[in-house]
Write a protein that binds this ligand. Structure first.
Ligand code: SF4
Length: 243
């Protein structure tokens, strides 16, 4: 998950290749996340959590979204993302339904995808128009290496959660795969990711790689020509969005 620029307290305006002009919304405190991805542009995770909590009251977040929308021309999306995992806000469902009552602008959710094994979390995001979870690994050793998840989240648990989301969610689902040279970008890694992705049947698969600083200095971008070869391995719904 990444994308940001000019900001108020919870909201910021950002442009990205895939979502156009977007009003980003932060729901949780900085680097509150179930993952500590080696490639995270925000640095190492300072509050690793797998337990949703009642952070900022939705009414305060919704008030700022309303004020921001009054100040700017309508964005292409309102995107729940930011400096941590939005689904760790236990009242994310109220935020989404409040936005839907306020405007017809589509709501996108950028998420690690690591919490959907919890029924309440799945239920709370059903009204989002677009969900973009990450899937950076096809097996547990790679998952541990690249995402460094909270101890309560195994690879199989995370993938079971994504499958359960796919079964219940009727909106648009794009998978984001972040590739790191020497970690998850060899054919063996990609074929395992493909197997998992096929079961989820996403509407798109988007490949990303490093184009800025990362949490760990050893993280290297995958070269452009290799990104294209990997995209062809993942099939016609796959596109390169970064690198
Ligand atoms: S999921 Fe990974 S990239 Fe996204 S905020 Fe958490 S640690 Fe950073």
């Amino acid at each position: 998950m990444k994308e940001r620029s000019r900001r108020r307290f919870f909201t910021y305006l950002v442009r990205s290749r895939r979502l156009g002009r977007s009003l980003g919304v932060d729901l949780v405190p900085f680097k509150t996340c179930p993952y500590d991805c080696i490639y995270c542009e925000l640095g190492r995770t300072t509050h690793k959590s797998a337990t949703p909590e009642d952070y900022t009251p939705p009414k305060d977040i919704l008030r700022e979204i309303r004020e921001s929308l009054e100040e700017i021309s309508p964005p292409d999306h309102i995107t729940l993302a930011g400096a941590g995992e939005p689904a760790l806000h236990s009242r994310i469902g109220e935020v989404i339904s409040g936005i839907k009552e306020m405007t017809d602008i589509p709501v996108a959710l950028l998420t690690s995808g690591s919490l959907f094994w919890m029924k309440d979390v799945r239920a709370s995001v059903q009204d989002a128009d677009l969900i973009i979870p990450s899937l950076d690994a096809g097996d547990d050793p790679t998952f541990q290496c690249i995402n460094r998840p909270h101890k309560d989240i195994s690879f199989e648990k995370m993938v079971r959660g994504l499958s359960a989301l796919r079964e219940s969610y009727t909106g648009t689902l794009w998978l984001e795969v972040f590739l790191v040279e020497g970690v998850n970008a060899e054919e063996e890694n990609i074929l395992k990711i493909r197997t998992r992705a096929e079961r989820l049947s996403p509407d798109r698969i988007q490949l990303n790689t490093l184009d800025r600083t990362a949490a760990e200095s050893f993280v290297r971008a995958v070269p452009e020509d290799k990104m294209k070869r990997i995209a062809s391995l993942l099939g016609p719904r796959c596109e390169v969005i970064g690198g």
